[in-house]
Design a protein around this ligand. Structure first.
Ligand SMILES: Cc1cc2nc3c(=O)[nH]c(=O)nc-3n(C[C@H](O)[C@H](O)[C@H](O)COP(=O)(O)OP(=O)(O)OC[C@H]3O[C@@H](n4cnc5c(N)ncnc54)[C@H](O)[C@@H]3O)c2cc1C
Length: 430
């Protein structure tokens, strides 16, 4: 049986139309030398390159398409702490010592992101106004309260909100059960953040190239040689930050995640009165439904919502219509308004739902499998990878480092998510 992966259908995203200028214009041409070559121009690769360059390390980054082409330029822009799963879950999966270090490294990740935004004056609609993990039904409260307690134990300044408060903060009677507010989290325009990181890295001396796919990576006597179409880079160390957008040239990283699509829809700027009634303090929000729905209002007053699935072929009609149905249920004040933008992006899932830092060969790192949460983790991992590459001391690195992992039944599992979520869309809609 042939299982077809859902395809990127090339939709124009709101972020693509409103982002700051891309500072990277050149392709790799000729032969270069560097201490480190980074492959992939998303948050992980860019943060690695920036932090290396800040310390005076020579670094070349090559990206096969354009800066932020992958998940980094397409996401919902909710800058959240930690990972998708709870801190206790992480500990259960990887053990107490490793789990504690992992959780400690990521619980404060929004501050790392917003500190970089401030330091480099990145113009990315950054708003550290908090995010809310909101209950869609009363029975979800127990889970959220438990999650909130676990985050507090790590030192996070989260607080639990009662139903009246979530109702007024969301501007929706649908969300009248409660939720967790993380006041240190917030929202960004993700493609602008990626391009801003690229500009900062260039200012610090990193050399960045786009439309320069890695075609092969080979160990030679003098070091690693990363070949692209019209040039190559000789480097001591390599970071393959290709994650869920890895292709067949990404040295097997493609097989380390199960690709799953997420789609987003955005309205035109809403009339002032309606815009002010929805999430009036502008937090980012995501709910506890099986088909998770996130909502935010951007700085021009557009409502942006996301959920799971691709928009390929007939699924485009079903999913846009389902999202409108959800929007009418959650924010009935928007009834009748069309979507102006809709687009998709791919996330990389792992079987244990936890990201992996893989060591492919001595000096070749490949972080992947962010399971839909990568703004904070990608930025923080890039920072720690840079420190580890500089010091050569892995003891300080707060994440377990493992061998390249091959997810089994990738295509079948991807199709299962794609059609399972489509089934839920249909059941809920009709
Ligand atoms: C629709 C959507 C919504 C999301 N919402 C959120 C959210 O609200 N909050 C959050 O924290 N996370 C969110 N995420 C997850 C987050 O966007 C990702 O985890 C994060 O962007 C991963 O960053 P990265 O740098 O590791 O990978 P990517 O941004 O995917 O970058 C990998 C890059 O590698 C390049 N590449 C691949 N192969 C090669 C090659 N052979 N040579 C050169 N370059 C190559 C690709 O072109 C790509 O640009 C979302 C993801 C999606 C798709």
């Amino acid at each position: 049986m042939t299982v077809y992966l859902p395809q990127d259908t090339g939709e124009t995203s709101l972020w693509g139309d409103t982002a700051i200028e891309n500072p990277v214009t050149e392709k790799l041409n000729g032969n270069l030398q560097a201490d480190v070559v980074v492959v992939g121009g998303g948050f992980t690769g860019l943060s690695t390159a920036l932090h290396l360059a800040e310390s005076g390390v020579s670094v070349v980054l090559i990206e096969s398409h354009s800066i932020g082409y992958g998940g980094s330029g397409r996401n919902a822009g909710l800058v959240n702490a930690g990972v998708w799963k709870t801190p206790d879950y992480v500990v259960k999966q990887i053990g107490v010592e490793a789990g504690d270090r992992f959780n400690q490294a990521l619980y404060d990740s929004p501050n790392v992101v917003f500190e970089l935004v401030n330091r480099y004056q990145i113009d990315c609609q950054a708003n550290q106004c908090g995010t809310i993990n909101i209950a869609h039904k009363a029975s979800a409260i127990e889970y959220l309260q438990n999650r909130c307690d676990q985050l507090k134990k790590l030192g996070a300044s989260v607080r639990f909100l009662d139903g009246d408060t979530t109702q007024s903060m969301s501007g929706s009677a649908y969300y009248s059960h409660g939720g967790i507010l993380d006041p240190n989290a917030g929202t960004i325009q993700p493609l602008s953040y990626a391009r801003g990181l690229a500009r900062a890295a260039i200012e610090k001396g990193a050399r960045l190239f786009q439309e320069s796919p890695l075609l092969s990576l080979e160990r030679e006597e003098k070091g690693w040689v990363a070949k692209s179409e019209s040039g190559e880079v000789l480097a001591d160390k390599v970071v393959l930050a290709t994650n869920a957008y890895s292709d067949r040239n990404s040295q097997g990283v493609q097989n380390s995640t199960v690709p799953v699509f997420i789609f987003q829809c955005a309205t035109a700027p809403l009339p002032d009165k309606i815009a002010e009634s929805i999430i009036p303090q502008r937090q980012g929000m995501w709910d506890t439904q099986t088909l998770m729905t996130s909502s935010r209002v951007d700085e021009t007053g557009r409502l942006v919502m996301s959920s799971a699935g691709s928009l390929q072929g007939f699924k485009n009609i079903i999913r846009q219509s389902w999202m409108k149905h959800m929007r009418n249920k959650i924010y009935p004040q928007t009834k009748g308004l069309p979507w102006e933008y809709y687009w998709t992006g791919q996330v990389g899932l792992t079987s244990n739902k936890i990201l992996r830092i893989q060591l492919l060969a001595p000096g070749v790192f490949a972080p992947s499998g962010f399971n839909g949460r990568g703004i904070g983790p990608g930025t923080v991992i890039g920072k720690h990878l840079a420190e580890t590459l500089i010091s050569g001391n892995r003891n300080e690195f707060p994440f377990p480092v493992e061998a390249l992992y091959n997810e089994s039944w990738r295509k079948t599992r991807s199709a299962y998510y794609e059609y399972g979520t489509l089934g839920l869309d249909l059941v809920d809609r009709f």
